[in-house]
Design a protein around this ligand. Structure first.
Ligand code: NAD
Length: 467
């Protein structure tokens, strides 16, 4: 028997024990997770700096997300666990109906590389709150973080409650072949399809947290300098390796030139305030590896070759995994950069004349994870919100909807994913919603009129109900 199978069996053996833990016990486990994570905060900061050149405060924001989720779950887990009484219908009159949210059992969490601690632990918070055992497969592209995650979990939990499986595609595939009760996946769409197919073999439920091309609309009424500032930050943060990062901007022709000038200036103002150059900035992170650096550089070069204009940036230092923050304009559909998620610090700009045209521009990339609109015209804002779909949307800001408020469920739609995480929705994702009907046994409420041979009374009741 393989090591992975043995460790999976240990998790499975705790299924009922963990399901029957009290709210206090779960709250204690959540607190333990936070304490163990906080104790390694300096190592987590260092890992973020070594793996992606991130500033300590950017990684601290990832930990803030965890703290917010943990505090919220500790406060509410008792309430979430209580059976929810529901009203009766005509057909359940006299009975007692309730929903019980029970743990699914053993959950597999497969994470991406771009926010390794949050991607490993946010689903785990929901999983603990719901009383599950969890296997975490961190990304092999962030190995320093993966090792810290392993040490945190091994130190804080017994291996039959939570276990970490480090490794690459081979480990992921061995895990996917096991009969987990739920698979929570964060990563690209291509692998998401592999995960969903594997889940089908065991009929496991899935949550898919994927990415895509997130549009930003800037209409003719937008506060341009405000938009440019927020978008410069939203696109350069984590070197663009953020699932909800703005990917391409659709800007009204009347303000396009001014917006482009402003965002180029803002990138310089925010990330080159000492004039030493963007590449030297402590705030401009790095791509995760040379493969991804080359991938993003190739997207820039292909776009330029096919006629895109460089407003700022465009260069790279492959050896240092550095992509210069870049704004490309007059980008067209035949360019590869419009076909795939950039996941790098490059914002593409496309112009538009009327709002109907915006819908046509978005149509080939519908169902994004995030959607942003910058406007001061309520009618335009509503038009864009009503005629597009995405996992989340923000008006006059970006990247503020994930991990910031546990009351806002997070997730995608279609190509960008399915299922929700965060707060109560995360708890529900990790739970089986079991409908329970209690039949009182007194003679007034416990009767079976629906048995054959059918009576005239039964016939009359049904015919009346159908009217
Ligand atoms: P990825 O798909 O390459 O890898 C994700 C996980 O899948 C890793 O653990 C990896 O080991 C595993 N994996 C890779 N190939 C596999 C295969 N053939 N079979 C089985 N498992 C395999 O993703 P990535 O490059 O690490 O992350 C970037 C993507 O993640 C982007 O698309 C981004 O938008 C998305 N993302 C989404 C969210 C969200 O919450 N929606 C958050 C972060 C990242």
């Amino acid at each position: 028997m393989s090591d992975i199978q043995t460790r999976f069996d240990a998790l499975k053996a705790s299924k009922l024990r963990l399901r029957n833990t009290s709210a206090d016990e779960r709250a204690e486990k959540l607190q333990t997770l936070w304490d163990a994570t906080l104790a390694r905060k300096e190592d987590i900061f260092k890992a973020g700096a070594e793996e992606r050149g991130c500033h300590k405060l950017d990684i601290a924001a990832e930990l803030m997300m965890l703290k917010g989720e943990i505090d919220f779950a500790i406060k509410h887990v008792g309430k979430w666990m209580k059976p929810e009484k529901v009203k009766n219908s005509m057909s359940t009159m006299g009975k007692r109906c309730e929903i019980r949210r029970q743990s699914k059992g053993v959950v597999l969490n497969m994470a991406a590389y771009n926010a390794p601690t949050a991607e490993s632990f946010v689903p785990m918070i929901a999983s603990i709150a719901a009383g599950n055992a969890m296997a975490i497969k961190p990304s092999e592209l962030a190995p320093i973080s993966a090792q810290i995650i392993q040490e945190i979990i091994n130190g804080a939990f017994s291996p039959d409650e939570a276990d970490v499986f480090q490794g690459g595609v081979d480990v992921a595939q061995e895990l996917l072949a096991l009969p987990f009760d739920h698979i929570y996946y964060t990563g690209g769409t291509a692998v998401g399809k592999i995960v969903m197919k594997a889940a089908a073999d065991n009929l496991a439920s899935v949550t898919l947290e994927m990415g895509g091309k997130n549009p930003v609309i800037i209409d003719e009424t937008a506060k341009l300098e405000n938009a440019a500032t927020k978008l410069a930050w939203g696109r350069v943060m984590n070197a663009g390796q953020v699932c909800i990062a703005p990917d391409y901007a659709i800007v009204h022709d009347s303000v396009k030139e001014e917006f482009q000038t402003l965002i180029a200036a803002k990138i310089n103002e925010l990330y080159n305030s000492d004039g030493a150059g963007l590449e030297q900035s402590a705030y401009v992170p790095r791509m995760i590896n040379d493969r991804h650096t080359q991938r993003v550089k190739a997207l820039i070069d292909d776009a330029i070759k096919k006629g895109a204009k460089v407003i700022c940036g465009g260069s790279a230092n492959i050896k240092d995994n550095y992509i210069e923050p870049t704004i490309l304009t007059d980008v067209t559909e035949d360019m590869e950069i419009m076909q795939e998620e950039v996941f790098g610090p490059v914002l593409c700009v496309v112009g538009y004349k009327n709002r109907e045209e915006v819908l046509d521009l978005i149509a080939p990339r519908t169902n994004s994870l995030a959607f942003y609109v910058y406007s001061t015209n309520d009618d335009n804002i509503e038009y864009f919100l009503k005629n597009t779909s995405s996992g989340s949307a923000v008006v006059n800001n970006n990247c503020v909807q994930s991990g910031t408020n546990p009351r806002l469920p997070f997730g995608g739609i279609g190509n960008s994913g399915q299922g929700r995480i965060g707060g109560y929705e995360g708890f529900k994702t990790m739970s089986n919603e079991r409908s329970v009907v209690h039949q009182p046994l007194d003679r007034f409420r416990d009767f079976l009129i629906q048995l054959p041979p059918y009576s005239e009374r039964y016939n009359n009741i049904i015919m009346k109900a159908l009217k």
